[in-house]
Design a protein around this ligand. Structure first.
Ligand code: UDX
Ligand code: UDX
Ligand code: ADP
Length: 480
């Protein structure tokens, strides 16, 4: 029996290991974490992350060949393959602050592996890290190894939240990077054997270490770039009367471009895109490639522009002031089907509106009040540190309340802002919402979820990203 241990029971480690356990009954998988509450949750009926299909997978394997534990050292010692899936936030201070990846958690995990190991191990880099991290980790391991042999592999994870289980069951590709030595190639083959239990051979790509590490950063940068490209177009559509959905559809029909990932939005969020691009930018700068760095920086600048453009639309449409006005915010997670709020555009939009003295009433089907308050009280870049390490700020904002129902959130509001594309927001009773709101009643749809014509018929003034403007909005040009 192969023993696998995964350090880090987060959004990546938890679902990935659960699927490995399900698909490989002959492999024993233990997921370990220093966060006791997180491990307790993994061992309970209320898993610490919301992910469609995850409960069923965990139920089928937990206690059989899938275990969750805080006894990090014991399980690392027993493992043949150790996945490292700890968080790699952006550095908040020191050299490269705001850009470089903070590898503190990674380094401490590597040192611990070297300390406790009594047999040879394959160490798999699962969290996204800067290119050449594997080399640094390899040095830590070999300099502390006491004669034990370590092989380092890079096996970046491409799952997206909300569809993690489907993505893991049926990945576009699995990427395994390793050393081009006989030992390195043997380790690649061992990991390949695990995935080959359910992934077709031709989708398992093997490369050298650096290519695997860079491919992950590149893939996320390309995806984010598509969104910034369509979002840039959305601004031009609003200015010219074109419809961004029609433009995206027509563009995506070109098979060289493809139809996916072209939905205009209030901006991309999530723990990966911004962090990975910042990382890429930092690596380019360190290599003297300033033009390349500037090219990728622009993807983030457009994303920030899109968020502030949205806030400006809200404020300018409502007579240039939202001071003291109740504004309902529907959706706080960074995308639908997840409770994750890391880097969600909702944080910047809400802060922007509160900055203009709006009174927010927020509803998201999966995000707790505590999480919303913590996010709105945090400084930028603090978001990626694990919640259990974050003190709750005493300045948690009093202009914000959190509701458990869209109708309650919108009652007596002047405006509704839709910031996450939850399916349930499509089928709300907008007539009922309209009747309960102050007039004129505004809807600002940051995700193109509502039927604009239908809402206008009800009486709403509607703004939808990249769609032809309501006559009202044409008369109220966005603030500079
Ligand atoms: C992303 C990558 O997709 C995944 O391969 C990688 O492993 C991790 O980063 P994730 O951040 O979980 O996954 O979700 P994703 O579906 O990529 O969405 C990221 C953000 O882009 C979300 O805020 C989403 O709403 C936004 N988005 C996505 C758009 O605004 N428009 C789109 O067309 C697609
Ligand atoms: C382009 C569009 O493809 C076409 O749809 C439009 O109608 C006219 O403009 P064209 O300029 O004829 O067509 O050729 P295309 O194949 O797009 O190549 C344009 C340039 O990009 C060439 O110099 C080509 O060598 C280069 N290219 C293309 C690359 O450098 N790398 C690639 O992967 C593809
Ligand atoms: P991701 O989205 O990449 O999965 P998360 O932040 O959700 O990231 O998960 C990372 C997990 O790694 C956290 O639960 C954190 O407690 C855990 N972790 C960080 N450092 C260590 C360590 N040295 N040992 C064990 N677990 C760790």
């Amino acid at each position: 029996m192969v023993n696998i241990c995964c350090i880090g029971a987060g959004y990546v480690g938890g679902p990935t290991m659960a699927v490995i356990a399900l698909k490989c009954p002959s492999v024993k998988v233990v997921v370990v974490d220093i966060a006791v509450s997180r491990i307790n949750a993994w061992n309970s009926d209320q898993l610490p992350i919301y992910e469609p299909g995850l409960d069923e997978v965990v139920k089928q394997c937990r206690g059989k060949n899938l275990f969750f534990s805080t006894d990090v050292e014991k399980h690392v010692r027993e493992a043949d393959i150790v996945f490292v899936s700890v968080n790699t936030p952006t550095k908040t201070r020191g050299l490269g602050a705001g850009k470089a990846a903070d590898l503190t958690y990674w380094e401490s995990a590597a040192r611990m592996i070297a300390d406790v190991a009594v047999s040879d191990k394959i160490v798999v880099e699962k969290s996204t890290v800067p290119v050449k991290t594997a080399e640094a980790i390899e040095k830590i391991l070999t300099h502390n190894s006491k004669g034990i042999k370590f092989q380092i592999l890079s096996n970046p994870e491409f799952l997206a939240e909300g569809t993690a289980i489907q993505d893991l069951f049926n990945p576009d590709r699995v990427l395994i990077g390793g050393r081009e030595t006989p030992g390195g190639q043997k380790a690649v083959q061992e990991l390949k054997n695990v995935y080959a239990q359910w992934v077709p051979e031709d989708r398992i790509l093997t490369t050298n270490l650096w290519s695997a590490e860079l491919s992950k950063l590149a893939a996320n940068a390309f995806l984010a770039q598509r969104i910034s490209s369509v979002n840039a177009m959305s601004a031009l559509c609003e200015a010219t009367g074109a419809n961004v959905s029609q433009v995206a559809h027509a563009v995506g029909k070109d098979t060289r471009i493809g139809p996916k990932f072209l939905n205009a939005s209030v901006g991309f969020g999530g723990s990966c895109f911004q962090k990975d691009i910042l990382n890429l930018v930092y690596i380019c700068e360190c290599n003297g490639l300033h033009e390349v760095a500037n090219y990728w920086k622009q993807v983030i600048k457009i994303n920030d522009y899109q968020k502030s453009r949205f806030v400006n639309r809200v404020v300018s449409s409502m007579f240039n002031t939202v001071s003291g006005k109740k504004v309902a915010v529907l959706g706080f997670a960074f995308k639908k089907d997840t409770g994750d709020t890391r880097e969600t555009p909702a944080i910047d939009v809400c802060k922007g509106l509160v900055g203009d003295k709006a009174l927010l009433s927020i509803f998201d089907p999966q995000v707790t009040e505590e999480q919303v308050m913590r996010d709105l009280a945090m400084r930028k870049f603090d978001w990626d540190h694990p919640a259990h390490l974050q003190p709750m700020s005493p300045t948690a904002t009093k202009e914000v309340s959190v509701c458990w129902d869209a109708y309650e959130a919108t009652k007596d509001a002047h405006a509704v802002c839709i910031l996450t594309e939850w399916e349930e927001f499509k089928s709300l009773d907008y007539k009922k919402i309209f009747d309960g709101m102050r007039k004129p009643a505004f809807v600002f749809d940051g995700r193109n979820v509502v039927d604009v014509d239908k809402l206008r018929e009800i009486g709403f003034i509607v703004y939808s990203i990249g769609k032809p403007l309501d006559p009202w909005l044409k008369d109220m040009p966005a603030l500079a």
